[in-house]
Design a protein around this ligand. Structure first.
Ligand SMILES: Nc1nc2c(c(=O)[nH]1)N[C@H]1C(S)=C(S)[C@@H](COP(=O)(O)OP(=O)(O)OC[C@H]3O[C@@H](n4cnc5c(=O)[nH]c(N)nc54)[C@H](O)[C@@H]3O)O[C@H]1N2
Ligand SMILES: Nc1nc2c(c(=O)[nH]1)N[C@H]1C(S)=C(S)[C@@H](COP(=O)(O)OP(=O)(O)OC[C@H]3O[C@@H](n4cnc5c(=O)[nH]c(N)nc54)[C@H](O)[C@@H]3O)O[C@H]1N2
Ligand SMILES: [Mo]
Length: 764
């Protein structure tokens, strides 16, 4: 009986927990999960490790001199203080900044994943609190797929096929004959879903697809982005040249009369505006296979053959979210939709396109027809915002203008940064630039469980609990597993939940009732469950009462037997079920976007040179900074499972043996990666499963800058490019980065990533 066994629910799955003597001993995959994630192995050992923060901490200089000491941020010891003092100081800063400068001087975007759980959702907690304080400058869109979030509503009228409503696996298994995967479907990424996973079943779905005879093509730099059993054909265009390849596939369809003219006429608009560009009538350059072959480093015949194969059978074009986390990341999305429209299979079972099938366990699951409850955040009266990845630009250039989706806006001047539940010293590109920008605000407040880089870069560090130390309700969206997240162990030291931390500060500001709504933790958990129960009931799904749920620990709702393909109703009758675009059709050309007049995002899918890319000379290498197999972003990098993957004590960097030989690098060697933005150390792994010309260094190694700026541990974001994809979406361009690699010949510096900062004696 699950009720007997306590559960720990995370973004990468649910585990049965063994607890003894008030400590978490062991985690085992949830019964029925065919493929539990090994990331859970890192949790028991880190829950009470030496990196946990036990007490509120204040940077020594801030305690003495306040905001005037900001140049020392990140370099000074910390002083432990009481909750009473820490809460009063934070409340005082909020009062000072809002009174003197207004609420837009607080940056509370606080992007990040934090931990699973509907109530203890750090970002929602912080936003609710700051709204009670009168608001804050916020951020829009995600690091995951910001370019898509802005572009696709113009092209498709919604984000269907990006975050949900994908053609489900059950339909793919039966109907798709050819799966063309740009960026593959890396199983390592499907360990995870935002909010949590019940059963990991992407591998099983893929196996069923293969058993049904589906053929796979993996287009991208890493062979292992496609599971070996799929026997995928591996095509390796130079990274960031997918748009040229897609245009050439489209050109071949056109040149050979393989396109579906009837579908284009009935369901799309603007093909006539795109065609002169495709054929070269507009600019003298046909976007044909020979043209793309030179850009991509592929064989023109292979491109034409793939186009013919796609036209000859039921083809799904799957595009990884990674392709749009690159300079001009809007273009591969628009080109993929254009190519799929020319094939004419959009809305047919198993045909068309889908984004992110390998990006999350959730994609391709049938959602329930209602949304699950979340902590209400209240209303933010402040109108200032930034696109999520523009945080360093905002801090560095207050008042400067920026474009975003047809608007011209200005960066506000930020005095107070408040971050809970994300790690900008993990996620932000060009960390040396961020480190400089981070000196600008007067005060930085952070909630963190561990002494990671973000905590070390704060002025006021408020220690927060982890999921094992509090009560919550967990919902694996899409799969509809509900979990009672009962507290397993007492909190470490004086650590508090984000809710309790913020309640304490709210009390100092006279806002306690506004923030808590007079509910405590269990009051909120019961309230959110009651809402979930109501919503389920209105869709004829009966959930047990709270006591029963809390005792049983786990509810699995019947999966909705969803058979609908993406855009099926639209295809069947575009007049009866039009898209929410200006034309009601798929916009191969968008008057709206063309009207913005952006040179870096014209009115139709266009090949635009990225800021940097491989040019065929072999001098520099393209950096693939993909998601880590052994952790969630930077979370649990200090855990056993991530640590055992390190090479020479650093994050492993994988490169092709030929590229290594050309640089005198052998496997296991300590190497230095560098470019004009920064440098880091890493441990070399040689493999022919990466294409020549690239190096792969996953994100998430804890940032560990030496005084000269060298990152000693292998944080890839000291190398990456901090540039908006275009004026349209200003999305992150992490996947557009060239580097050089060389053996590291000096005495290897010790890493400090997993050491806490110096802690001074508490003040009397
Ligand atoms: N180069 C490169 N960079 C990338 C990407 C890439 O592909 N390449 N991918 C990007 C993408 S897609 C994403 S989504 C981002 C992810 O970036 P983030 O979401 O910022 O990364 P995390 O490491 O998950 O950060 C979560 C933080 O919350 C803390 N935390 C956990 N639970 C709690 C809690 O209950 N309360 C509080 N207060 N804190 C908690 C964790 O300790 C951790 O420090 O990274 C982006 N960065
Ligand atoms: N284990 C684990 N799983 C995760 C996460 C994690 O941190 N850990 N993070 C989660 C999050 S927040 C997100 S948003 C998703 C992200 O999901 P994705 O965006 O799919 O993730 P990535 O691993 O960055 O990229 C997938 C693959 O794209 C390929 N690629 C990179 N650049 C190019 C290119 O220019 N062209 C082509 N054709 N291929 C390219 C790389 O080979 C890379 O392995 O993953 C989620 N899953
Ligand atoms: Mo993401």
């Amino acid at each position: 009986m699950p009720g007997e066994v306590p559960l720990l629910f995370t973004h990468w799955g649910a585990y049965r927990a063994t607890v003894a003597d008030g400590t978490l001993q062991e985690l085992e995959g949830l019964a029925g999960d065919p493929d539990p994630s090994p990331i859970g192995r890192s949790i028991p050992g880190t829950l009470r490790d030496e990196l946990r923060i036990h007490q509120p901490m204040i940077r020594a200089g801030w305690l003495r001199h306040g905001p005037a000491s900001r140049e020392q941020r990140g370099q000074e010891p910390f002083v432990p203080v009481s909750w009473e003092l820490a809460s009063a100081l934070v409340a005082g800063e909020i009062r000072r900044v809002t009174t003197e400068h207004g609420n837009s001087a607080i940056f509370g975007g606080s992007y990040g994943w934090a931990s699973a759980g509907r109530f203890h959702h750090a970002q929602s907690q912080l936003h609710r609190f700051l709204n009670a304080c009168g608001g804050y400058t916020f951020s829009v869109n995600t690091h995951s797929y910001a370019a898509a979030e802005v572009l696709l509503p113009h092209v498709l009228g919604s984000q269907d096929g990006l975050v949900g409503r994908h053609t489900p696996w059950a339909v793919l298994e039966r109907h798709t004959k050819l799966m063309v995967m740009f960026g593959g479907m890396p199983l390592k990424n499907t360990q995870v879903s935002a909010g949590g996973v019940g059963h990991h079943d992407v591998a099983a779905h893929l196996r069923r697809c293969r058993a049904a005879g589906m053929e796979f093509v993996n287009i991208g730099p890493l062979r292992e982005d496609a599971m070996a059993e799929l026997e995928a054909e591996w095509i390796t265009p130079r990274p960031n040249t997918d748009t040229a390849l897609m245009l050439a596939l489209a050109h071949t369809l056109w040149a050979e009369g393989l396109h579906d003219a009837a579908f284009l006429a009935r369901c799309t608009t603007g093909f006539d505006r795109f065609l002169p560009y495709l054929t070269g009538a507009a600019d003298g350059q046909p976007k044909d296979a020979a043209w793309a072959a030179a850009i991509c480093g592929l064989d023109a015949g292979a491109i034409r053959a793939l186009a013919r194969r796609m036209a000859a059978t039921r083809t799904m074009i799957a595009v990884a979210w990674s392709l749009q986390r690159a300079d001009h990341g809007e273009q591969p999305l628009w080109a993929a939709v254009t190519l799929a429209a020319m094939l004419g299979q959009i809305g047919l079972p198993g045909g068309g396109f889908g984004f992110g099938y390998g990006g999350s366990n959730r994609i391709g699951h049938a959602p329930h027809p209602f949304s699950w409850p979340a902590l209400p955040q209240g209303r933010n009266p402040v109108r200032d915002f930034i696109p999520v990845a523009r945080v360093a630009d905002m801090l560095l250039h207050p008042g400067a203008p920026f474009d975003y989706d047809g608007q011209r806006r200005h960066y506000p001047e930020i005095r107070l940064v408040y971050w809970a539940g994300g790690n900008p010293f993990h996620h932000q590109q060009d960390l040396n630039k961020l480190a400089a920008a981070w000196k600008k605000p007067e005060t930085v407040v952070v909630h963190e469980p561990w002494w990671n880089a973000l905590a070390k870069q704060a002025d006021i560090v408020l220690p927060c609990t982890t999921s094992a130390e509090r009560n919550d309700i967990g919902i694996a969206t899409g799969e509809a597993h509900l979990f009672a997240m009962r507290q397993l162990v007492p909190p470490v030291g004086e650590a508090r939940s984000d809710f309790d931390i913020l309640s304490g500060i709210a009390t100092h500001l006279g806002l306690a009732d506004a923030f808590t709504d007079r509910r405590d933790e269990m009051g909120w958990v019961r309230h959110l469950y009651a809402l979930a129960r109501q919503r389920a009931a209105s869709h004829e799904l009966a959930l047990p009462d709270f006591e029963q749920f809390w005792q049983d620990g786990h509810i699995r709702l019947p999966q909705a037997a969803q058979e609908t393909s993406l855009l099926q109703a639209f295809r069947a009758d575009p007049d009866a079920a039009p898209l929410a675009t200006p034309s009601g059709r798929i916009e191969i050309f968008s008057e709206t976007i063309a009207g913005f007049g952006y040179a870096d995002c014209p009115g139709h899918a266009t090949w635009l040179e990225p800021a940097e890319r491989l040019d065929g000379t072999g001098a520099l290498l393209h950096l693939v900074s993909n998601q880590p197999r052994t952790r969630l972003h930077s979370q649990y990098d200090h855990g056993a499972y991530s640590r055992q993957s390190k090479v020479a004590g650093r994050e492993p960097v994988t490169m092709h043996p030929a590229d290594a030989a050309a640089r005198g690098i052998t496997g296991g060697m300590l190497v230095r990666l560098f470019n004009e933005r920064g440098a880091c150390l890493a441990g070399a792994v040689l493999s022919d499963a990466v294409m020549p010309g690239i190096v792969q260094l996953a994100t998430g190694a804890w940032y560990d800058p030496a005084p000269d700026g060298l990152d000693r541990h292998g944080n890839v974001n000291v190398l990456t490019l901090d540039k908006g994809t275009s004026a349209l979406s200003q999305a992150p361009s992490a996947h557009t980065t060239l580097v050089q690699v060389e053996p590291y010949t000096g005495t290897p510096p010790a890493t400090h990533a997993f050491l806490p900062p110096e802690i001074l004696e508490p003040r009397p």
